[in-house]
Design a protein around this ligand. Sequence first.
Ligand code: FMN
Length: 435
Amino acid sequence: MTEKFHLGWFTNFAPPIWEGAFSGDIGSTWADGRFYMDFAKALDRAGFDYMMLEDSSMVSDAYEGTSRADLKHHLYAPKHDPLALAPLLASVTTNLGIVCTASTSFYPPYQLARAMSTLDHLSRGRIGWNIVTSSEDRAAQNYGLDHLYEHDARYDRADEFVEVVDKLWSSWEPDALVMNRETGHYVDHTKVSTIDHKGQFYSVRGPLNTLPSPQGRPVICQAGGSPRGRQFAAEHADTIITQSRGKERMKAYRDDIRARAEHAGRNPDDVKLLFIVNPVLAETDAEAQDRRAAALAQTDKNVERALAHLSALTEVDFSQFDLDAPLTQDVETNGHRTTLAEFLRLGENGAKTLREAAAGWNINAVDLIGSVETVADQMQETMEFVGGDGFLISGPMTRQYISEVTDGLVPELQRRGLTRTSYEHTTFRDNLLSY
Ligand SMILES: Cc1cc2nc3c(=O)[nH]c(=O)nc-3n(C[C@H](O)[C@H](O)[C@H](O)COP(=O)(O)O)c2cc1C
């Protein structure tokens, strides 16, 4: 008997697929937020734990030294601010968690703590924060830095950042709001204190100027893959999203995180790991296999998209390498190290050329391909092997695909008792930790 597992969806506030046969006018209307409001409603109806909005803040010119490919394929830009979208999503949903990405390398802690507290109120306790340290010099240059801080140093700063925002979120005692009509006090000032933080990187007086929010602390999401990143995630995160590839490595990653969490004095069951997948669904297994083959075709467009994307997140210009030579192993990055390492593994011992590796590149934990019954079987088997805790769906951004998952796959999972049919609680964290 498999235990129930959790579902999240990995997306961003950026153009969906705009040139498809069923795309309608989405290319010119997505930015008003209504596509994302419909999307969030579908996830709320299907019992998803959360919608995770990734983010970055740059137009990349890492590929060929120009922004041509980035903008042509809308890879890193345009991308709009998830914190501004969140209240719209909250206003049309009742239980869905909404995770916004914000970078500890660029935000001042006070501003982040205040924004998250405000959003937690607006969503009635359903906001999450995906803590990232960012990966690109190009983004750093939009915030007054010449270069991004070195990889492990970014996590040292992030540790202190989290310490500061936690202090700010606790700077009001939960019962500070008294609304005493007899004395005329709205807030009791003895329950609101400065934090007087003076650390290595930050100096913040406090207190925060927002009311204590429904969750107090937003749900913390993280995606660290390196040893330093894993340690950070295991210490702070309620949910971890991960790109470990293959069942054995998924299990090893989960076991490692759980051990690190326990070592840090936490209950490992309080950290829910969601593994990235991109289910390819169709009426029949054969049709789904055809769809998958079409998506993997070594077309110039697919190859350029993949390489420009990899270039942006590693800031290594992949246009400099011969497409038909074995994939070089001689590349390093200060950006997404885990993603680069996974990509280079495709070419180990000359296994694949750059073109072949690029065309087949994805960050899925396992391949899920087939009818809804077949994919539900595959998800069930994977969770039984790994031990839990759930999947983070990422797939082609179309209304059609959202419906395939929420009206096809999820009902099949629900029939098997594998995912929830209704929410247990009202706040995001309580739902996430309910099983
Ligand atoms: C599913 C997933 C989502 C991520 N989302 C973002 C994001 O929105 N913004 C960002 O700057 N980095 C993002 N990252 C990068 C991670 O924060 C992290 O830097 C990366 O996984 C590499 O791990 P490391 O920092 O421990 O080397 C994401 C990574 C993964 C696997």
